[in-house]
Design a protein around this ligand. Sequence first.
Ligand SMILES: Nc1ncnc2c1ncn2[C@@H]1O[C@H](COP(=O)(O)OP(=O)(O)O)[C@@H](O)[C@H]1O
Ligand SMILES: [Mg+2]
Length: 330
Amino acid sequence: MNTTTSRTAIEVSGLRKTYGKQVVLDGIGFEVQEGTVFSLLGPNGAGKTTTVQILTTLHAPDGGAASIMGHDTVREADAVRRTIGVTGQFSAVDTLLTGEENLQLMADLHHFDRKKGRRRVAELLEQFDLVDARKKPPAQYSGGMKRRLDLAMTLVAKPRVIFLDEPTTGLDPRSRRSMWQAIRELVDGGVTVFLTTQYLEEADQLADRIAVLNGGSIVAHGTSAELKQLIPGSHVRLHFADANELALAASAFRGSSRDDAGLTLSVPSDGSIGSLRTVLDRVEDSSIDAQQLTVHTPDLDDVFFALTGEAPAATGTTGMTDTTEKAATR
Ligand SMILES: Nc1ncnc2c1ncn2[C@@H]1O[C@H](COP(=O)(O)OP(=O)(O)O)[C@@H](O)[C@H]1O
Ligand SMILES: [Mg+2]
């Protein structure tokens, strides 16, 4: 995160897009500060790719406006294209060329001279850990390597604003982490990142600000911490060996909610040391025989649930904590 600059890199207002009768974007707006990561979070079909296509000049909006580094995406599309890099949801890698040749091709497309082009290609192969694989065609690459090559190709001309459309969808957890690391390094270098994702954890990990897109509108907008504050629900959970102890504890903790089947008691708490101490002191003072204490802070999954009344469409592989726990409380 770059806190020294407050320049607006991306500005969007009242953006509308319809396909036939389907309103895909119903007037969305947001701003992204330079040098930060902005994440557009939404389930499959929410309109994330449509937004990226408009911001990257591939489609014109039906209403509203967008600008990148002060350039209007419709009236100054060429200037926008010179400023941005785009890694699409589906790979742009040519599988017949080697990894190195793919990068060289991008350097040629950007009219780099031979020497400068070679230097940039070598730099990127190094940066994205592709030196050993450079002579191989991407068909032989793992999913993670292909995505890294894709990202490297996006960066050949050192764009100041990059768009990553679901950069880690389908990757295994390890490759996902290595992409996250690569994205963080870009941001450290001052690049502005617009990232779409279906993964709550990904937005939580990477983004300075998050907008939740659902049903054509932005239903929530803020930092990860701000979104988490939208819903109450931080609590500590006490676990008991039998129903008697649970009943005792339930009478000692007013405002708590008990789960008789699970033999647990949920006590509201902000998760701070002070509040944990208060809970533990009361457990001790009341001679309650609690077996275990666990702390539960809401995550973005909870935010989505609170905002839309349903879980987002695709959270199967986000690695979010405690899904069984949630199933039990809902
Ligand atoms: N070119 C198109 N023609 C018609 N409908 C489209 C087109 N592109 C996207 N859509 C529709 O718009 C909605 C949003 O799509 P998309 O932006 O791809 O969502 P996401 O990237 O969030 O999964 C979907 O219902 C999709 O079917
Ligand atoms: Mg998409």
